[in-house]
Design a protein around this ligand. Structure first.
Ligand code: SF4
Ligand code: FES
Length: 247
C-alpha cells in the first residue's frame, strides 16, 4: 500500500505544532498501525530527520500507552481495540491518514503525538486503591462470598487500561468514564466499601482539579473505549458521589 500521512509534529510543549505530510510505500495490510509508523521512522532516521515521537509499550492492548487520534477517532476506525491492535487492512491503498495526539487541556502535548497523562495517575493516587494490612493477616479471598453479577460488573470496570480515549473523544474532555470505572471496580466489592465514601469524594475532587470537563451524557466515550467500559459506571459513580456527599 502507498499512503499519505498527515502527522502532528510539535517539538515540545511550548512550541506551536503543525500537520506535516509524509508519503510512505510498501505497507502490508497485515502490519499493525504502529509497525507502519516504525517503517516511517526508520526512513526518517536514515534521512537524518527527527523521527515521529509516539507512545507505546505492550503493543498488545494491555498497557494503554498508544494514544493516537486517527482520522478523527481515538484509536482509529476499528471498535474495541487500541491503536497497537489496529491493522493496516482497515485502510486502502492511496488513502490519506490524519494522525494526531489525544487532545485535552489535562493532557498537554510533550512532543509530536506524545501527551502527558499523569493527571490520570494523580486521580488514581487520590483514591484508586484499597488499604489492606498485608502483614500475614490477610484472609482467603473465598471467605467473602460475592454475587456473580457483582463480581462480573467489578471485573468489567477493572478492565479499564487508563488509555484516555474517553477524554479525547469527549467534546467536554470529561474523564468521567475513566474515573467511574476506577470507582466502580471497588464500589461493587465488599473490600472496596470500607473506603468508598472518601474514595469517590477524593477522586472526583482530583478530577476537577486537573481541569477535565463535565459529563453531558453524549456517550462518545463509551463508543470509543477500547475495553467496552459502560456508561452505567458513570451512573453508579454519580449515585456513590451523592450518597457520600450527604453523609
Ligand atoms: S474508560 Fe476506556 S477509554 Fe477511558 S481510559 Fe478506561 S479503557 Fe481508556
Ligand atoms: S501499546 Fe499497550 S495498549 Fe497499545
Amino acid at each position: 500500500m502507498n499512503l499519505t500521512l498527515k502527522i502532528w509534529r510539535q517539538k515540545n510543549a511550548k512550541e506551536k505544532g503543525q500537520m506535516v505530510d509524509y508519503k510512505i510505500g510498501g505497507i502490508e495490510p497485515d502490519m499493525s498501525f504502529l509497525e507502519m509508523l516504525d517503517v516511517l521512522n526508520n526512513e526518517l532516521v536514515e534521512k537524518g530527520d527527527d523521527p515521529v515521537a509516539f507512545d507505546h509499550d505492550c503493543r498488545e492492548g494491555i498497557c494503554g500507552m498508544c494514544s493516537l487520534f486517527i482520522n478523527g477517532e481515538a484509536h482509529g476506525p476499528d471498535r474495541g481495540i487500541t491503536t497497537c491492535q489496529l491493522h493496516m487492512r482497515k485502510f486502502k491503498d492511496g488513502d490519506t491518514i490524519y494522525i494526531e495526539p489525544f487532545r485535552a487541556k489535562a493532557f498537554p502535548v510533550i512532543k509530536d503525538l506524545v501527551v502527558d497523562r499523569s493527571s490520570f495517575d494523580r486521580i488514581q493516587h487520590a483514591g484508586g486503591f484499597i488499604s489492606v494490612n498485608t502483614s500475614g493477616n490477610t484472609q482467603d479471598a473465598n471467605n467473602i462470598p460475592i454475587k456473580k453479577h457483582d463480581a462480573d460488573r467489578a471485573f468489567d470496570a477493572a478492565t479499564c487500561i487508563g488509555c484516555g480515549a474517553c477524554v479525547a473523544s469527549c467534546k467536554n474532555s470529561s474523564a468521567m468514564l475513566f474515573v467511574s470505572a476506577k470507582v466502580s471496580q471497588f464500589a461493587l466489592l465488599p473490600q472496596g466499601r470500607v473506603e468508598a465514601t472518601e474514595r469517590v469524594l477524593n477522586m472526583v475532587e482530583a478530577m476537577d482539579q486537573e481541569g477535565f470537563g463535565n459529563c453531558t451524557n453524549t456517550g462518545a466515550c463509551e463508543v470509543e473505549c477500547p475495553k467496552g467500559i459502560s456508561l452505567e459506571n458513570i451512573a453508579r459513580m454519580n449515585r456513590e458521589y451523592l450518597a457520600a456527599s450527604v453523609k
